[in-house]
Design a protein around this ligand. Sequence first.
Ligand code: ARG
Length: 472
Amino acid sequence: MSDDQNSAWGGRFQEATDAAVEAMNASVAFDQALALQDIAGSLAHARMLRARDIINGDEYNAIEGGLVSIAAEIREGRFEFTVAREDVHMNIEGALADRIGATAGRLHTGRSRNDQVALDLRLWLRRELTTLGHELSAVVTALSEIAETHASVPMPGYTHLQRAQPITFGHHLMAYAAMFLRDIDRVVDTRRRASVMPLGSGALAGTPLPIDRHRVAAELDMPNLTLNSLDAVSDRDPGLETLSTLSIIMVHISRMAEEIVLWTSQEFGFVTLSDSFCTGSSLMPQKKNPDIPELLRGKAGRVFGALQSLLVVMKGLPLAYNKDMQEDKEPLLDAMATVRTCVGILPALLSAMTPRVDRMADALGDGFLLATDLADHLVSQDVPFREAHHVIGSAVALCLDRGCRLEDLSLADLRELHPAFGDDALAALDAGASLAQRDVPGGPAPKRVLEAIVSARTTLDNLGTALETGGP
Ligand code: ARG
């Protein structure tokens, strides 16, 4: 049996751990990502132990000095993690013992790895969610800037991927800004609920030692304590909520990515993407492929998979801690890294897009996108909407018959379909006028788009503040 092996629990054991068991049991290969949070939690715990006189001043100083030097080595990438020490917690405690001797053994007083890992994960999630929230803000800022420049550039809006009604390019982009603003709000919320302090729950049943949970929570800028020791050591809701939030973000990113793929196709041609964001084909010399939007679309798969994976790990587990829960980390780490990569590239991708105003205007020209406006004209002449809808349907049929557009019909043609068409009926068939009239809050009228941009910026400021409250 090696010195390291079983050092935390070896007392009861006579035989060395099987090598295959050691390999399967070890989590240090991935949970070392939590090392700095583990040390922050240990420092807060040690300060409390000192304040409660559970350890003396010399012991505290030795523990603090040792942990600070280990943290420095980790930051500089000089710390060596070893599988023999199983997980991140045992690696750090073992390294502390290497440095300060037996005093290291006092750090774990009143604590279990079960409440320790619960804390580490919450601290890690809080930090990652803060960063992610700010990265999402940069995406909303980029969308708002482009939308501001194109607030009155008309383009067709779609339902069923069929041309439906005129909107503006700015309005279309702000639809995504609205989604990402909700995402940031969800990130703030997820982060707030994750910032709850579990230490003091022990392995499952608390501790008889005179610890001070509130003090540890205050040290860590965590406003609240977990409510129940059994739940605290076996609750992976912060992970589940984070993965749900990340999955919804990927739904939004994948939809935007898909539209960029469509827009850059020759069929749409609404946008060109700069060469720096595309790749070529090794076979077809003419190809310019939108790989990055395609990857953004595709990476949603592994994030949804991570959510599914943790849901299934947690389903039906009895209270309290079970080793199954160690399987929470890889999906979380991978999903967070994936989403942050995707979110991180979006501002640059958006600025690599050049909208083709001419192509959007052409697309707006055919397809009867102003048919509803003509129906609305009849409504303004006191015709019930259902009847107006039917009349304009006949007008469209007439155009299809003649191979012309609505604006090619004469007033006489229209009045033959319904006598109520006013003298200004054909003026309804102007995209600019149609857009300006869609002057409802949240609507595509250019002034409403500009209003939405102003409001998005205010919301971003407020969410930015919320992301900074309650610790890093
Ligand atoms: N590596 C473990 C995990 O991530 C830490 C908690 C282990 N606790 C235990 N009693 N084995 O879940």
